[in-house]
Design a protein around this ligand. Structure first.
Ligand SMILES: C[S@@+](CC[C@H](N)C(=O)[O-])C[C@H]1O[C@@H](n2cnc3c(N)ncnc32)[C@H](O)[C@@H]1O
Length: 275
């Protein structure tokens, strides 16, 4: 199952997790930015993504490790007692928020393939003393859970990184109970962009190369068996926003990307569907 993409992604996110564990980095930029720029821009800081949520009872390292592109919990509508799975749980921010909502009668699994992220997430769990959470190692393309065992799947800025999205979605469908739902935040493509521009843009904003257009995403969800599909762009990356995020990055400045072409081409979106 381990692919070249997996190794690259593990190396990248493993490095981020390590520096947070060592207290060196606040990684508030979603989407694999290259770390040279000052983060915490208007769109990607956890304060903006999780506006209105109480993050004060989460460990600093869980909030610092926030790498998402939108908040899946605003539309997941979790209920007490539900079993939730977070695909690509990173430092655990979405898992801990979900755990509060489902309560002691519920359970939240965080699935991640990167050892350093799992170590960070488990250390955060220990600091919080939460018992209704379990971090498990594995690939989102091969989910290590039984069929029909989960009520809700959440995820934040992860599926765009996979080189086998149909497999991720069919695995998500398999582990969901009948009537279960997904509430996913992911980066999507809002207008056609050439493969060349995508791969150049990916050099400074690592979640771009694998983004899907809205209709492609809908088709893939539908082919996996999902119904009631809704995709709503939440945070649009205009060229001004991209400039704010990446303006200090050498990769951004050397990429030669025509910013008019990428202006408004990508967004962090809310994706909902049911089994
Ligand atoms: C952009 S970070 C998002 C982390 C977290 N969801 C958040 O909101 O902060 C992506 C995470 O997904 C994990 N990941 C990426 N591809 C994966 C895959 N194919 N299988 C399992 N985990 C994966 C990475 O290790 C990393 O922790």
């Amino acid at each position: 199952m381990e692919s070249q993409i997996h190794s690259k992604v593990q190396e990248y996110y493993g490095g981020i997790a390590k520096s947070i564990t060592q207290g060196q980095q606040e990684s508030c930029c979603g989407c694999g930015s290259t770390g040279n720029q000052s983060c915490c821009d208007e769109i990607s800081s956890s304060a903006v993504i999780y506006k209105g949520e109480n993050l004060n009872d989460l460990p600093k390292e869980a909030v610092d490790a926030s790498l998402g592109c939108a908040n899946p919990l605003v539309f997941a509508q979790l209920k007490e007692g539900e079993t939730v799975l977070d695909l690509g749980s990173g430092g655990g921010i979405n898992v801990f928020m979900a755990a509060k909502q489902v309560g002691q009668a519920g359970k939240v699994y965080g699935l991640d393939m990167t050892d350093e992220m799992l170590t960070l997430a488990r250390s955060n769990q220990e600091k919080m003393g939460v018992k209704n959470v379990e971090f498990i190692k594995g690939f989102i393309e091969d989910i290590p859970l039984a069929d029909a065992s989960v009520d809700v799947i959440i995820s934040n800025c992860v599926i765009n990184l996979s080189d086998d999205k149909p497999k991720v979605l069919s695995e998500a469908y398999r582990v969901l109970k009948e009537g279960g739902r997904i509430a996913i935040a992911d980066v999507v493509n809002l207008k056609p962009v050439s493969a060349d521009i995508k791969s150049k843009t990916d050099l400074w904003c690592g979640c771009i190369a694998g983004t899907l257009e809205l209709q492609e995403y809908r088709n893939m969800l539908s082919e996996a068996g999902f119904q009631g599909i809704e995709i709503t762009p939440a945070h649009v990356y205009t060229k001004e926003v991209l400039g704010q995020i990446f303006g200090n990055s050498p990769e951004y400045n050397a990429s030669g990307v025509d910013m008019d072409e990428v202006d408004g081409a990508f967004a962090g979106a809310y994706i909902k569907a049911e089994k």
